[in-house]
Design a protein around this ligand. Structure first.
Ligand code: AMP
Ligand code: ZN
Length: 476
């Protein structure tokens, strides 16, 4: 099955090339700037990319997924200094938290996760090539700038009017372009290498233009080409990155190679909270732990963040999270009814490997929607329609098993774990102690003692269930 996806460069929905032979589908996504916890807006973008990653995998595209870590910029430097930590120790700590959140949200690991500071040489070498070809110059302040006028295609991703560029005054993050701070020939020119300033502290690297640090945009061009080649299949990020970051990435790469940088540009609309832009000052900026503290499940958050179409801004509210929780409960119920019919264990279902068979699909509506410009809401609608129309008790065990196998593939693509754990009962401490004693007796092969402890537990209304490496206690 072929995936169709909107492309920001051509502003059209384009089919992704059919997978063939040994080709890996190369994907580069701009990753987090690690100076604090990622917020749920960042995770909207990362989760939509995760669904695409999973879909590519299941449909046989053999994705090779690269997502960088931005571990040097004004914010990381400033914040590390305020906390009295080295840049490395500071960014390492936030990278670890990012990884933990990603695992918790059930995101696939990227194949490569290059850090900007570990690729300074590649960035310096790319800047040198731009200098050699006349696309870059050293300003009188010592910093090196990209000469936007020299690249005829500048603005093609954002369909920009070149004249308007001369007056460009804000960056994607909304901050001022600092036109007066740097000595550039043209206001649209952007920094490739920033000469060391006192406030940068120890954070400087050697280069042919003096000690300094790379500008933000160059890391992605250099690292994408290092891991995916001069031209690769798809480049993604939140919509705020479209300009200037991705425009600049194209300019840096294509000026040097003369080849298209990425075939496909995939941008995800922003998350809003209660209709407003998320910001600390409005008190509406949430992280994963903020949501968990409010007793929502991580799966409910994942569901809520992927359930809106990536084209549209997603308005996040706590009602959305409640709705996501009840949608998950419905899926849990539907799957459990099928498990019963198929006499399949929960663990067996959870261990099923994704396996998509185009010709034999039992949920064609789901696949038609999800491959049509990653229409997750449409796909979920089709899924619920199909599940609601099932009458599990009329199904044979084989039929139920087939449905479960395909559902496992569907949930793999969505990254959803739908079986909700039954709430654990509070086991009194005395019972826990008895059960512990019985386990030890059993381990010591004192089966008579183990049996009598089991009877004692049962007489008090509890039974123990043994597994390979432990036991669980349940009320009788
Ligand atoms: P950053 O850590 O700021 O570099 O951003 C990491 C990713 O999150 C980028 O792809 C951004 O475009 C994306 N992003 C930032 N804010 C939001 C938001 N409110 N909604 C969706 N994506 C966002
Ligand atoms: Zn980037």
């Amino acid at each position: 099955m072929q995936i169709q996806l909107s492309d920001s460069l051509t502003r059209s929905v384009k089919p992704l090339p059919v997978p063939e032979g040994q080709h890996h589908f190369g994907v580069y996504c701009c990753g987090p700037t690690v100076y604090g916890p990622a917020h749920i807006g960042n995770f909207r973008t990362f989760l939509v990319q995760d669904v695409l990653h999973r879909l590519l995998e299941v449909l046989g595209y053999s994705p090779y997924f690269v997502r960088n870590i931005t571990d040097v910029d004004d914010k990381t430097i400033r914040q590390s200094q305020q906390e009295g930590l080295s840049l490395q120790a500071f960014t390492e700590q936030w990278t670890k938290i990012f990884h933990k959140d990603c695992t918790h949200l059930n995101m696939l690991l990227p194949h490569e996760e290059p850090r900007a500071t570990a690729h300074i040489e590649a960035q310096v070498s790319l800047i040198q090539k731009l200098m050699d070809k006349g696309y870059a110059y050293q300003g009188s302040d010592g910093s090196v700038y990209y000469k936007v006028d020299a690249f005829a295609d500048y603005g093609k991703l954002n369909h920009l009017d070149r004249e308007a560029l001369q007056t460009q005054s804000t960056t994607s993050s909304g901050s001022q372009n600092q036109a007066d701070e740097y000595d550039r020939e043209c206001v649209a020119d952007f920094a490739l290498w920033k000469l060391h300033k006192e406030e940068d502290g120890d954070n400087a690297w050697e280069s042919p233009w003096g000690k300094g640090r790379p500008g933000w945009h160059i890391e992605c061009s250099a690292m994408a080409m290092q891991y995916l080649g001069e031209t690769f299949d798809l480049h993604g990020g939140g919509v705020d990155l479209c300009f200037p970051h991705h425009e600049n990435e194209i300019a840096q790469a294509e000026a040097v190679t003369g080849k298209p940088f990425a075939h496909h540009w995939f941008h995800i609309a922003h998350l809003m909270v209660e209709g407003q832009k998320m910001s600390k000052s409005l008190g509406n900026l949430y992280t994963l732990s903020d949501i968990l503290e409010k007793n929502f499940s991580v799966m409910a958050l994942r569901y809520a963040l992927i359930a809106g179409h990536y084209h549209q801004p997603l308005n996040f509210t706590f009602d959305t999270l409640h709705a996501a929780s009840s949608a998950l409960e419905k899926l849990d119920k539907g799957v459990r009814a099928l498990l019963k019919q198929a006499s399949m264990d929960e663990a067996v279902f959870e261990g099923l490997k994704p396996d998509y068979d185009d010709g034999a699909s039992l949920f064609p509506g789901f696949w038609a929607r999800i491959t049509d410009d990653l229409n997750v809401p449409g796909a979920l609608g089709e899924l619920f329609k199909a599940i609601n129309s099932l009458k599990p008790d009329t199904l044979s065990s084989e039929e139920a098993t087939k449905l479960l196998k395909e559902l496992a593939t569907v949930f793999y693509v969505l990254g959803l774990k739908v079986l909700i754990d039954a709430p654990t009962e509070d086991v009194p401490e005395a019972i826990q102690l008895l059960a512990q004693k019985r386990w030890e007796a059993k381990k010591n092969k004192d089966f008579a003692a183990a049996d009598s402890l089991r009877q004692e537990l049962e007489s008090q209304g509890w039974k123990v269930l043994d597994s390979k490496d432990g036991y669980t206690i349940e009320a009788l």
